[in-house]
Every structure is written in structure tokens, then in C-alpha cells.
Design a protein around this ligand. Structure first.
Ligand code: SF4
Length: 705
């Protein structure tokens, strides 16, 4: 149960406390550990009798700022707490979860840097043979749905110890979500894990607040209104106003209701009303969503009620609507809390965290990371570490809003950048600390290569903005598109002693880069080693509009500049474009056109990807509902073409690999269906060759059988 009256909820503090300004916990006297301990023996060496917080993670412990457990571990350590790590424990009993004893404050449970199911299964649901986050890439070292399994074991180990869940797996499952692997909508992970609180997004602020609050004797229930957190509760806070968004079929003349500002739910109708107990907390007002703008209510004490779990499991259109609302409530400066009923309980989701300032980002990245895996792994190779050990993360967040990607849902749309100094210092650390450093920095990037220090020009406008993307359907006129901070950074990074080359491996938002040709020239001249991978993702506007990606003409323009500056630099360089097959909204005709585009541009892709419905992505809502949540949802609205069947998905993939003869029989059938047999032949204008005599004979035989 949460407090019935809150005068000044934490979430309304738009000027949050700096991460480094909290009084330190008493255990600060122990000082920073060389590595956070993973065993009792290491704790003894540090002189600790117990840990204050134990992080349980599905990844191997690598003490590096690209690994979530290291960031939160070092962050909490810097607040004075003693933090232990249990990495990739066996999960068939609670014993491994007792390895460091009972934590004084709480367990922090994470599925690691990737969702455990994406880590384990391919987009076609085949089991992967390796795991990049495990020593020697060994597969099978984490359970499916790691957060749920680990939380249950922590509970068994120490029943009374609070459990805090976080990381991408928990973050993207904070409300009811479509789960591709079981092909059904699952409850919020809070319910299945029985955790006390969920921290979503980059959770430094909430984590530091929570740890100090719990250390000071507050309960986790007391922290119910903390930004960036979600909890299970008995009902909404008393006295708040509910914006009812549980349905999409409001009567057309809703403004003629007798008292529109104190609308009473029709209980039979929605089933989403607060708990029916007589003493259950209840809002004072319920306002139907369509009347939200005209209504007079205190916005600081209002929340949005989403359709309940029971509703969305049976109603894909309502699911798409819930997804649309969640994405609209993503701006930390104007988002409302969300509530969603799960049986007799509610899941309460606070607004996202306020982004970190540059000095806070610098402070986090400046924590005393060893930049290596824990010594207990010996010489074992951890591929994810090898990949990032010489790369530098310069920013967080992405305002692109590509619907198939969940980065925005996790890290937010507002870019949080480090200072130049902090980045250059990290390059020097890599040079000095990483064994075998050859002089190459493998990346200076983040979720996107070229969003460093780019943000809305007007903080005032940004605070009210509800757009899903700053660059789609067009580049917003309020967006600062001056790439010179990135260009300057590249120049200074190249000048660091001992650095021979800086590569840029993060994905480039090339339509945005077009706004600053000087940046493109800098990139092409100094940071491309022969090939630059970029991701137009498709050639057809119908599909691109579902992805929220720019038209292919932006690619053509980028290629023109890429070629121009490559020639000017005297370098032979090539673009490698990436595409997605079977994205919702993409039909066979679109794939055929993409295939023809590839042929015309002489591309024969080797590695191709099929759409992977990740939890909470907008495209996943499209996949499940066959509706477009980028538009207002209606039951009678247009249905999207969605390839769900494995053969349909294979065919779409085959269009990308039209040059692979294994795909030709399937493609011939498809071309016949599409009435495009003119594309089967040996002429210049054809896509694939006709069948050979032998292939015809084989086919006949197969049919006879
Ligand atoms: S106003 Fe434009 S630039 Fe500013 S946040 Fe909104 S979409 Fe982005």
C-alpha cells in the first residue's frame, strides 16, 4: 500500500540531486575495492563482514563501464556501500545465492547487458551456440528469463531481503508485454519475479536514492513515487486524478456526459477500476482520455490508467494502444505515471528518470574501473569484453525512435553526453591499462555515432514535446544538428599520444549527418577503414514509415558525399548497407522491390537480419496486433501485413539473398505469385535465373513423391 497523501512527490523534482552530492554511507571507510568481491575470501581480504548490496547478474563480471553490473556496483561503492557480485550463478538451488551471505540492504538482480532470451535465441528461435558475455563464450550459463529465476532464488535464500530488479530485461518488461518466445502477452516482470521494486532505464539516480533511503531506514514501499521505478501496489494514491486510457472506443459525443470532469466508470464495461475492496485507495476523479485536455485537474497528482493485463491478453488492438500510450509518456519532463491492473493488484510505473548532466556522466565514467574481467576468469576470453575493451562510450540515449529498437525505451530520447576531457582521459587509460593495446580505439560512440551533444535547442520546448522522434518524419526544426562537437572530439582523440587510429563502429544516423557535411568529410577521411556499415533498413517508403526511418533518397545523398570525400582523401572505400526482412508492414512486394534495388546497386548481402520482436518495441506491438500504434488505434482501422509464419519470414530473407542459389526455387514461386515471371531469366533485367533442366527434373520427382 502506498501513502494516501503526498505533498511533494519526488518525481516532480525536475532539478534532482547530483549523484556525487550525497553524504557517504559509513562503510566508505573501507575505500574502493580493487575488484568488487565475488567470494567470501575476497570479502575477508577487504576486511568486510558483510555486503550492503549484492548484485546478481547473468553476465560475467567485467569491471568496465560498458558492463551494467560494474557501473552500478562502482556507483554504489562510491556512495560508501560495500557491494558484492554474484555472476552467472547456478540456478537450480538457492545455495549459490548465499555465497556472499545476506546483504544488509538489498539484492540487485539483473539479466545483464542483453535480454536473456535475445541472448539465447536467434530471430528464428534457434538456440545460439555461444554467449558473448560468458568466459570462453560458453552457452547455457544463464537461465531463460534470468531476472525472474534469480529473483526467486534470492527470495528463497533470504526471504526478508528486499529485491531490486533492473537492467534491460526488467526495464523492457515493466508492464504487460508481448513475448515473442512464448507467443503471448506476459504480465509485468514485477509480478512474476515477486521483486520489491523495478528500476528502469539508466538507473543511477533511482539506485542511489533508493540505497541511501533504505540505509536510512525507509522501506522500499516508502519510495513508491521515485522516478524511474515501478512497483506492485494495491491501488493508486488517494486523491490523485486518473486519466482513463483503458479503451479506444469512446462514444463520439463523450463531451455530452452530464459531468464530464468526474466521469464514473461503467464497471461492467472496462473491468479496470481500482480494487473493489471498501478501503482500497481510490482516485478522486476519473477523466476519460479524450477529455484530458479540456479538464481542470492538478497535473502533478494525476496518472494514466492503461488497459489491464486481462484486457490486453485478449485484445491485440488494445495492446497496441497501451504501447502507444507508454511511448507517448516517455519524456521525463512531461510524462505521467502509468498504472496497469494485473488481477487484484496494480503495477505503478513512475515517469522516467531525469537525464544525467555532463558532470554526472563524467563522474560515473571516472569511477575506479579496472577495465578488465574479474581475475577469477583467468585467461578465459569473454567476447563481449574483447569487442569493447578499446572502445569509448561518449553518450547515452537516442532520439531516432526506430520502432524495431528498444534503446529509446530504455535510455530515453534525451542525449546525455560526457565532456571531451572525460573521454580523452578514458582514451589515455585504455592506452595505459589495456593489455596489448595496439594504438587503435575501436569506437567512439554510443547508441548512435553522431548524436553527441545534440539536443533540442530549446529546453522549454523540449519539456513539453511528445514527439516519438526528433528526426522522423523529418528532422525537427528545433533540433541542434551541428556536429562540430563530435568533429572536434575526433580531432582531439586522434592527437592523443600513442593513438594511431580511431574507428567509428557505432551506427550512423546518416540523414542527420547530412545536415553537417564537414562531419561526413571528417568521418570519411579519418575514421573509415575501407568499409562503413550503415543501416537504411529498407528501400520502400511503406515499410520505412513503419520503422520510422528516412526515405532511401537520404541514403543516395549520403552515398554521394561519402564517395566524394573518399575520392578527395584518395581512399577506396565502400558503404555496406544493412536491411531488415519481415518487418511489420513489409509485404512480399516491398521485399521484391528491395531485392531489385539491391541488384541495381550491385549489393549481394552476406549477413542479413530478420525482424526480431523485442519486448516493448513499437514494432513488436505492430507484430502482435497487426495494427500501427504510430497512429491513433481503431478496431476497424487498417490491418498491417505481418509475416509471422516461419516460411513467410524465410521468403522475405531470401529476397535479401537473391544471389544465393539455395533461395531460387522459393523466389521463383514467389515471383510467379506476384505476377513477375519477367524477373526469372538470364537477361540483364532479371532477378534470378530460370531453373536448369536438372532442377526441373528434381522438382518433378519431388512432386511425384
Ligand atoms: S521539439 Fe523537436 S528537437 Fe525538441 S525534443 Fe521535440 S522533436 Fe526533439
Amino acid at each position: 500500500m502506498q501513502p494516501s497523501k503526498v505533498d511533494n512527490p519526488t518525481r516532480h523534482q525536475d532539478e534532482p540531486r547530483k549523484l556525487f552530492s550525497y553524504p557517504k554511507y559509513w562503510a566508505e571507510c573501507y575505500g574502493p575495492a580493487p575488484y568488487l568481491p565475488m567470494s567470501r575470501a575476497e570479502m575477508d581480504e577487504l576486511g568486510w563482514d558483510s555486503c550492503d548490496i549484492i548484485i546478481v547478474t547473468a553476465d560475467a563480471y567485467v569491471d568496465h563501464p560498458s558492463f551494467g553490473m560494474a557501473v552500478v556496483g562502482r556507483l554504489l561503492e562510491a556512495q560508501g556501500f560495500r557491494v558484492g557480485i554474484i555472476a552467472q550463478p547456478e540456478w537450480d538451488s538457492a545455495e549459490p545465492f548465499k555465497a556472499l551471505g545476506q546483504p544488509n540492504l538489498f539484492f540487485g538482480v539483473t539479466g545483464g547487458n542483453m535480454d536473456s532470451l535475445i541472448n539465447r535465441y536467434t530471430a528464428d528461435l534457434r538456440i545460439r551456440s555461444d554467449d558473448a558475455y560468458t568466459p570462453n563464450a560458453e552457452a547455457g550459463k544463464r537461465p531463460d528469463r534470468s531476472v525472474i529465476v534469480y529473483s526467486q532464488r534470492c527470495r528463497e535464500a533470504y526471504y526478508d531481503t528486499p529485491i531490486v530488479i533492473g537492467g534491460i530485461e526488467a526495464s523492457l518488461r515493466r508492464i504487460a508485454q508481448y513475448d515473442y518466445w512464448s507467443d503471448k502477452v506476459r504480465r509485468s516482470i514485477l509480478i512474476d519475479s515477486n521483486a520489491d521494486i523495478l528500476l528502469f532505464g539508466n538507473a543511477e539516480r533511482a539506485l542511489v536514492d533508493l540505497a541511501h533511503d533504505v540505509a536510512n531506514g525507509r522501506t522500499i514501499t516508502d519510495c513508491w513515487d521515485m522516478r524511474g521505478t515501478a512497483r506492485v501496489c494495491d491501488g493508486p494514491p488517494t486523491g490523485w486524478t486518473e486519466i482513463d486510457s483503458t479503451r479506444i472506443d469512446w462514444p463520439a459525443k463523450i463531451d455530452k456526459l452530464p459531468n464530464p470532469y468526474e466521469y464514473q466508470h461503467d464497471k461492467k464495461d472496462s473491468g479496470d477500476e481500482p480494487n473493489g475492496e471498501p478501503d482500497a485507495p481510490a482516485p478522486v476523479k476519473i477523466i476519460p482520455l479524450p477529455l484530458q485536455r479540456q479538464s481542470d485537474y492538478d497535473k502533478t497528482t494525476s496518472y494514466i490508467r492503461l488497459p489491464s493485463f486481462n484486457k490486453v491478453i485478449n485484445d491485440p488492438v488494445l495492446y497496441a494502444h497501451a504501447s502507444r500510450v507508454l511511448h507517448q509518456e516517455a519524456n521525463p519532463y512531461n510524462a505521467k505515471p502509468l498504472i496497469q491492473k494485473h488481477g487484484t493488484k496494480d503495477v505503478w510505473v513512475n515517469p522516467p528518470p531525469i537525464p544525467l548532466d555532463t558532470d554526472e556522466m563524467d563522474w560515473v565514467f571516472g569511477l575506479p574501473f579496472q577495465r578488465r574481467p574479474h581475475p577469477s576468469y583467468g585467461d578465459a576470453r569473454i567476447p563481449a569484453y574483447d569487442m569493447i575493451k578499446t572502445s569509448v562510450n561518449i553518450m547515452r540515449g537516442c532520439f531516432g525512435g526506430c520502432t524495431f529498437c528498444s534503446i529509446t525505451e530504455h535510455e530515453g530520447r534525451i542525449i546525455q553526453s560526457r565532456s571531451e576531457d572525460s573521454i580523452l582521459r578514458e582514451i589515455e587509460k585504455i592506452r595505459d591499462q589495456v593489455p596489448g593495446f595496439t594504438g587503435t580505439i575501436s569506437d567512439l560512440g554510443g547508441p548512435t555515432a553522431n548524436m553527441y551533444k545534440l539536443n533540442c535547442k530549446s529546453p522549454k520546448i523540449q519539456k513539453t514535446c511528445k514527439r516519438l522522434s526528433c528526426v522522423y518524419p523529418n528532422i525537427c526544426k528545433h533540433l541542434n544538428t551541428d556536429h562540430s562537437p563530435t568533429t572536434q572530439l575526433y580531432r582531439k582523440a586522434r592527437a592523443v599520444d600513442g593513438v594511431k587510429r580511431i574507428a567509428i563502429a557505432s551506427g550512423l544516423r546518416y540523414d542527420l549527418a547530412l545536415k553537417d557535411p564537414e562531419y561526413i568529410e571528417e568521418l570519411v577521411t579519418h575514421h573509415v577503414g575501407g568499409y562503413l556499415k550503415i543501416a537504411p533498413e529498407h528501400s520502400e517508403d511503406q515499410t520505412l514509415s513503419k520503422m520510422m526511418k528516412p526515405s532511401i533518397s537520404a541514403y543516395d545523398e549520403f552515398k554521394r558525399l561519402f564517395d566524394l570525400y573518399s575520392r578527395k582523401a584518395g581512399k577506396k572505400q565502400y558503404l555496406i548497407p544493412y536491411f531488415i526482412a519481415a518487418h511489420p508492414g513489409c509485404d512480399e512486394e516491398d521485399m521484391l522491390n528491395l531485392s531489385l534495388w539491391l541488384k541495381e546497386h550491385k549489393f549481394k548481402p552476406d549477413q542479413v537480419q530478420t525482424f526480431y520482436p523485442s519486448p516493448m518495441a513499437l514494432a513488436t506491438a505492430m507484430y502482435y496486433s497487426e495494427r500501427n500504434p504510430l497512429q491513433k488505434l481503431r478496431y476497424k482501422g487498417e490491418k498491417l501485413s505481418v509475416s509471422k509464419d516461419i516460411d513467410q519470414r524465410r521468403l522475405q530473407k531470401a529476397f535479401l539473398r537473391y544471389h544465393d542459389e539455395k533461395n531460387w526455387p522459393m523466389l521463383r514461386e514467389a515471383l510467379k505469385r506476384l505476377g513477375r515471371t519477367d524477373l526469372i531469366g538470364s537477361g540483364k533485367g532479371s532477378l534470378i535465373p530460370p531453373p536448369t533442366e536438372k532442377a526441373k527434373r528434381d522438382r518433378k520427382q519431388r512432386r511425384r513423391r
